[in-house]
Design a protein around this ligand. Structure first.
Ligand code: ADP
Ligand code: ZN
Length: 449
């Protein structure tokens, strides 16, 4: 028996693994009615589990005057309290755990760039579910046992790196745990190992593409075919830029530490982002009134875990702005879809009374072929008001064409921002290599207020 067939029998649950189109047909193709019935059953268990096992939830439910038994239909979830990031911080590290530490098998934490970090604890069952969610995503994104997957997410406390790693292992791909950074070495590995799939943030992929171009390596001539990108907002325009310059199909993965990590949702070949809604129940609320908004309308994404043991999450306010849709998808999956994340409410700027997200600026910048996808937004105080400035790099040959041309281009970009977003923003074109290259989550906003 050769080792590959041994590996296959261990990993796959079906007779002919290569023939299957979906990783988990039962859930990926489930009818809406059956999915809703499944979700209701799991939701009932989750509110009960949270109330009985986590004093924080008991108190929050009591204060709101709701009991687990009040959840009789899916819509009843709206009566339950939201959970916000400060609840996780205040209960750091294990205050929201529903199981004793002896039952945990993994503990992650988010970067904690602002204040204390938050914890992501898992039981063995949680780990298995998370791995399944990731395997489902990566399988939909063409990862197969013969793939060589270069994992360029930071591999540490951050859920991204290990989440992708274990999903790819379950699919049976060969994973190269490259980690983030050392871009020259990434390029070497892509060539030497014949990497077919890249896992990274979209901004780090841009850094890799730039390095490849500068060193005369045409990524289209390598075996690289797919990219699996997430952890930060990025626009459709950025996706197209990545695809055009590297020849890969750029897929999306979305997730957050509070709800297991990556694997909450994933894009399929039709670029629709499907939520693993048998594990995570999504709602959209108006981020000011917190009232539920209907499908097809933009708002804050609120997520509830349906099967997690260690840290059940009830109505977690993600602060991510997006839209849910139940359109038919050509990939055949019936899982509900979400639009690309427009941005985080934390990153929303109010300029001249207009709400602006960095992604809107990115969309406009990317319309210009002369501009490199490298930009930052500087925020300053102007009297009582916030002022915003955009700094961007352009192609080196454009920059060296002379100051008059560069200034002319900057004016054109500024005019286009005014036209599309409706705000007057000065644009500065900075010298090549001025803006910091990202290896993880790109820092788009420099707040000098
Ligand atoms: P944090 O960045 O808050 O320290 P995480 O590492 O858990 O914590 O990151 C989760 C956040 O990253 C999400 O809430 C979202 O804002 C962002 N994110 C993750 N994946 C995507 C994606 N595919 N598109 C847009 N934003 C994403
Ligand atoms: Zn689809």
């Amino acid at each position: 028996m050769c080792s590959s067939s041994r590996k296959t029998t261990h990993i796959f649950r079906e007779e002919d693994p290569m023939a299957k189109r979906y990783w988990d047909e039962k859930f990926e193709l489930m009818s809406e009615a059956n999915m809703k019935a499944f979700q209701l059953e799991k939701l009932k268990e989750t509110v009960r589990w949270s109330y009985d096992k986590v004093p924080y939830y008991k108190q929050a439910f009591d204060e709101k005057g709701v009991k687990p038994s009040d959840l009789q239909k899916l819509e009843d979830l709206a009566k339950f309290p939201f959970t916000v990031k400060t609840a996780l911080r205040d209960n750091y590290p294990f205050g929201l755990c529903a199981v004793p530490v002896s039952e945990l098998v993994r503990i992650h934490a988010s970067s904690g760039t602002t204040g204390k970090p938050i914890t992501g604890p898992y039981t063995a069952d949680d780990m298995d579910q998370w791995t399944e969610c990731m395997a489902r995503a990566l399988w939909a994104q063409e990862l197969r046992p013969e793939s060589i997957a270069q994992n360029a997410y930071g591999m540490g406390l951050f859920t991204g790196g290990l989440g992708f790693l274990q999903g790819a292992i379950r699919v049976g791909a060969a994973v190269v745990p490259a980690g983030a950074g050392m871009t020259e070495r990434q390029l070497l590995l892509i060539q030497d190992f014949g990497t077919t799939a890249l896992f990274s943030t979209p901004s780090y992929c841009m850094t890799i593409i730039e390095k490849a171009e500068r060193s005369g390596l045409d990524l289209k001539k390598t075996k690289l075919r797919t990219g699996h990108f997430g952890a930060e907002p990025w626009t459709v325009e950025m996706r197209k830029e990545i695809e055009a310059r590297s020849g890969i199909h750029a897929y999306e993965c979305y997730g957050l530490t509070e709800l297991m990590g990556p694997g909450v949702s994933f894009s399929c070949e039709a670029y629709k982002i499907h939520i693993n809604e048998d594990h995570i129940y999504p709602e959209i609320v108006d981020f000011q009134t917190l009232e539920p908004v209907p499908l097809g309308q933009e708002g804050e994404l609120v997520l509830t875990s349906l099967q997690r043991q260690a840290m059940p999450m009830i109505r977690y306010r993600t602060r991510d702005i997006c839209t849910l849709r139940r359109d038919k998808c050509e990939c055949g999956r019936t899982l509900i879809t979400m639009d690309k994340i427009l941005g985080r409410t934390d990153d929303m700027m109010i300029i001249g009374g207009v709400n602006v997200f960095p992604s809107q600026v990115e969309s406009v910048l990317m319309e210009f072929a002369e501009i490199e996808p490298l930009y930052q937004i500087r925020l300053r105080k102007k009297g009582y008001l916030d002022a915003m400035m955009v700094e961007t790099e352009v192609k080196p040959e454009v920059y060296s064409a002379g100051q008059a041309k560069v200034e002319d281009l900057a004016k054109k970009v500024s005019g286009r921002i005014q036209q599309v977003i409706g705000i007057n923003v000065p644009v500065t074109i900075v010298a090549p290599n001025t803006i910091a290259r990202s290896e993880g989550k790109a820092k788009r906003i420099i707040d000098e207020r």
